[in-house]
Write a protein that binds this ligand. Structure first.
Ligand SMILES: [Zn+2]
Length: 196
């Protein structure tokens, strides 16, 4: 039986007592396929669903990368048991992250990406787990990032905003010193498909 390591995933500790499989992206357009694949692995569907490389051809990549509509249709085509549903942004996103004691299923989250403070476009990450409550309306979540190939503990407010950052040199030592800020703001959740 293949394991996630066979298709480029690395198992990393998050600092909250879990191990997560993270798949580094190969180019700037593949974050959506990888975020979706990491969510499927978190759901225990590591072996019986298409890999990120098999998912990518299902996805039409536009000027702004992969849209949420494209991710939803990839799940329709690739999976029987679930559909992806739009959560939206703001309070709806913050609330969906706080449903139940832990996330029932991971949330595929959309970020605005900023390079040295300049908006560079959008990015997809996987919100894998909900951790203990933080101060006030903030709670922390385990976020799997295909761009850096790392896992972050990210505070996300009740109003549905979270932020994590890294330097390009954290990913490749020979890269420029650019600082990337990723602002989580919306997402998609898995819902059991009533038709099956
Ligand atoms: Zn974790």
């Amino acid at each position: 039986m293949p394991t996630p390591a066979d298709f480029g995933a690395k198992q990393l500790p998050c600092g909250n007592g879990h191990l997560h499989w993270v798949i580094p992206q190969k180019d700037s357009n593949s974050c959506g396929a990888r975020a979706l694949r990491m969510a499927l692995i978190e759901m225990g569907l590591g072996d019986d669903t298409p890999t990120a490389d098999q998912l990518l051809p299902y996805m039409i990549v536009g000027k702004l990368g992969v849209t949420s509509r494209v991710l939803r249709s990839a799940v329709d085509m690739a999976m029987d048991g679930y559909v992806l549903e739009e959560i939206g942004h703001g309070d709806a996103f913050g609330k969906a992250l706080r449903e139940g004691g832990d996330l029932g299923t991971p949330i595929v989250a959309y970020c605005d990406a900023f390079k040295d403070g300049q908006k560079e476009g959008g990015h997809w990450v996987t919100v894998a787990r909900r951790n203990q409550k933080g101060r006030g309306s903030w709670e922390t979540f385990c976020v799997l990032d295909p761009a850096s190939g790392k896992v972050y503990t990210v505070p996300i407010s009740k109003a549905g905003v979270g932020l994590f950052s890294f330097r390009a040199t954290d990913v490749r030592p020979d890269a420029d010193r650019a600082r990337w800020d990723l602002v989580l703001k919306a997402g998609l959740k898995f819902v059991k498909n009533a038709r099956t």
